[in-house]
Design a protein around this ligand. Structure first.
Ligand SMILES: [Zn+2]
Length: 121
């Protein structure tokens, strides 16, 4: 892989990562937003306590479910954007990719990552 190819790949990864972060954040805001009136209702209503506890558990469960979903989305992204060091076969993604672009060497082993375009042809 050449340096320009790596930079394009990293930009595509960052765009996909941003889209997933926006989706998760939007989902969290949506869930909090549709539950806000329910919360307000429970503050002033004389509903039974069990009903409020049941709602609170459901609210927290859906909130907590965002964590494994976000993790799954991130793992899928890492799989589809997997680039490994030609020397040590470690993943070059996230902050490591930025270091590779800056130093042109692997953050794990220090080996050379890029091939010259002329060599590749
Ligand atoms: Zn390496």
């Amino acid at each position: 892989m050449t340096k320009p190819e790596f930079i394009l790949w990293n930009q595509a990864y960052q765009r996909s990562l941003s889209r997933r972060l926006v989706a998760i954040t939007a989902s969290l805001l949506f869930w909090a937003g549709i539950n806000a009136p329910i919360f307000r209702h429970f503050l002033f209503a004389d509903d039974p306590v069990w009903l409020m506890i049941a709602w609170l558990i459901l609210f927290l469960l859906v909130l907590a479910a965002h964590v494994p979903v976000a993790r799954k989305l991130h793992q899928g992204l890492q799989r589809s954007f997997s680039v490994k060091c030609p020397q040590c076969s470690q993943e070059l993604i996230g902050p490591l990719a930025l270091r590779v672009i800056q130093t042109e060497s692997c953050g794990h082993c220090g080996g050379q990552v890029f091939t010259n375009a002329a060599e590749e042809d």
